[in-house]
Write a protein that binds this ligand. Structure first.
Ligand SMILES: C=CC1=C(C)c2cc3[nH]c(cc4nc(cc5[nH]c(cc1n2)c(C)c5CCC(=O)O)C(CCC(=O)O)=C4C)c(C)c3C=C
Ligand SMILES: [Fe+2]
Ligand SMILES: [Fe+2]
Length: 346
């Protein structure tokens, strides 16, 4: 009989909200060529001369405002999800972070040492991006090569339109739309537009027009924008919303390049100025609450919305360790792994 294990992977957090730990984390994160995708010398200059002199102080303050006694919300919530999943299946389920701790390298090695034959890597991202899914794949490949591991690794695919994912989002969101509200904003993590063009296998489709994501296209297998719009459309339909009741925006822009628009920061003000008083915000690019939901939307976004004339901003929580989400993931883990591609075939 094959012996198996699962490794859930999320983005990661600093070890603590202290400025020195945030600096170290940001350095590892932003020196990743799949995140800041410019030649190495330029990346070094951008990170060391533009970002690290000021960003760690600002980010440390943001982390301090949402940090829990047990640690980073993202890490604690991913740990809780892992523990619940481990009770549902009869093989080890671990989690790792792409940046910071627990590191992917350490977790893969630890599982490999137990003598498993097959590892299922589950990047906890509903949508494909080179700065999330691709970098996890490359890190797993690097670890296999560095340690000459013969382990077979399979990859769980992105699940932006999966019926069970949409259903669980629907169940978590429904109680919020049963209360009076004026608008539902889908706020997704943004990306530099350049990343979409780089990931376009056809080399000519992505961002070729404002509507390029509306019709099915082979480029959408790796198109973050098409995938996030699909999640919004499917969930809005399931919730029974009319087109005017919801919209999509992109948060967390870093640097001066053009990122996907509209920007959440601008959209929050615009909605308030258009007379929206009670706003719901949902952030489906994250499966666990984190700095970007709790601080950027829950604190900064709320302040900006209210200052511009809004009255109430309610953040719909991420799926976190919700029992229905645990049950969906359990289903996916219990399916035949032969359907999940091997790492050397993706
Ligand atoms: C959900 C998908 C994510 C994508 C896509 C993504 C791209 C991306 N992010 C940055 C820069 C930063 N992101 C930061 C935090 C952060 N990002 C994600 C997820 C995605 N990032 C999460 C879950 C988090 C929160 C982590 C936590 O500890 O809670 C940060 C750090 C915080 C800050 O200083 O603002 C940066 C920086 C880039 C440049 C990028 C794509 C190119
Ligand atoms: Fe990010
Ligand atoms: Fe597209």
């Amino acid at each position: 009989m094959k012996s198996q294990a699962v490794l859930l992977v999320n983005l990661g957090s600093p070890d603590s909200p202290k400025e020195k730990d945030v600096r170290q984390y940001l350095k590892q994160f932003l020196m990743d060529p799949y995140v800041v995708d410019v030649p190495g010398w330029l990346r070094w200059l951008i990170v060391n001369c533009l970002v690290l002199p000021s960003r760690p102080k600002q980010s440390a303050e943001a982390y301090q405002s949402i940090w829990w006694p047990e640690g980073s919300p993202l890490v604690v919530l991913t740990q809780r999800l892992t523990d619940k999943l481990a009770k549902e299946v009869d093989y080890p389920v671990h989690f790792a972070m792409r940046y910071g701790q627990p590191a992917m390298e350490k977790e893969i090695l630890q599982l490999a040492k137990t003598g498993i034959d097959e590892l299922l890597l589950v990047p906890l991202y509903p949508h494909y991006a080179m700065s999330t899914v691709k970098t996890c794949i490359e890190e797993a490949r690097r670890v296999l090569a560095k340690h000459h591991l013969s382990l077979k690794i399979r990859l769980h695919p992105v699940f932006f339109g999966h019926e069970q994912y949409i259903s669980v989002l629907d169940e978590v969101t429904k109680p919020y739309i049963e209360e009076p509200f004026d608008h539902l904003l889908f706020s997704y993590h943004g990306l530099p537009e350049r990343h979409l063009r780089k990931d376009d296998p056809t080399g000519s489709h992505c961002l070729s027009s404002a509507e390029c994501c509306q019709q099915p296209h082979q480029a959408h297998q790796t198109c973050y924008r098409a995938q996030v719009y699909k999640t919004a459309e499917l969930l809005a339909n399931k919730l029974g919303l009319k087109e005017a009741q919801y919209s999509v925006a992109f948060q967390s822009r870093l640097g001066r390049d053009k990122w996907l628009t509209p920007y959440t920061s601008e959209r929050l003000v615009e909605l308030a100025q258009q007379g929206v008083k009670r706003l719901l915000v949902i952030c489906p690019s994250f499966v666990a609450d984190c700095l970007e939901t709790l601080e950027e939307i829950g604190i900064q976004g709320k302040e900006a919305f209210i200052e511009a004339g809004g009255e109430l901003l309610t953040l719909v929580p991420c799926l976190n360790d919700d029992a229905k989400w645990v049950s969906v993931l359990t289903d996916w883990l219990k399916q035949s792994w032969d359907n999940y591609p091997q790492l050397d075939k993706v």
